[in-house]
Design a protein around this ligand. Sequence first.
Ligand code: NI
Ligand code: MN
Length: 227
Amino acid sequence: MSTRLTFLGHATFEIETAGKRLLLDPFLDDNPQAKIRAADVQPDVVLLTHGHFDHVGDCVAIAKRTGALVVANADICTWLERHGVENTHAMNIGGAHRFDFGTVKMTLAHHSSMLPDGAYGGNPSGFLLTLEDGVVYFAGDTGLFSDMTLIGEAGIDVAVLPIGDNFTMGPDDALQAVKLLQPGRVVPNHYNTWPPIEVDVQAWTEQVRAETAAEPIVTLPGESVTL
Ligand code: NI
Ligand code: MN
């Protein structure tokens, strides 16, 4: 079976690959875009890009219920352990680790990362995932940075980029990010969840088509991209 990436709303994605289910930045119960609840997911692995509520939201509950391995930066892993999550794998920026489902590299993100209770969440990150059917890059919440050129050298099949502006890159900088990363396809996220991050996604996809070789794919919650 090929690798499948499913958008669950805002910045939450599920990946099915190598017989495993990965859940990225689980934020479902309080997510205005989500069609499913935290109780509905059954991940083997949870990956967290940073500590903000719209990314870690349901992680503790899901990890405790399922026993899923949580991959996050070392500071968030310490916090998770204090909240009763025992199965964690700590990483930090620039490091890669080979798991049974593929290789995870933790990448730079320009953002912040305080946890919902005010605890220190370390540095925010993105993830470069080398999976059996291709390479997926999750930028995480970030501004534009020129080192995206280096990340793109991995040969990205699908890039997941924030476009909502205000807290992350907006449409113009996300377009520039596509030019630096040169992915085959690009999936926008982190937009239209709340008023401060409302953007015209159709206008953005037209610009991506006109100015880059990447194929933009707008996914509604529940829709998938197959690698
Ligand atoms: Ni954030
Ligand atoms: Mn966010």
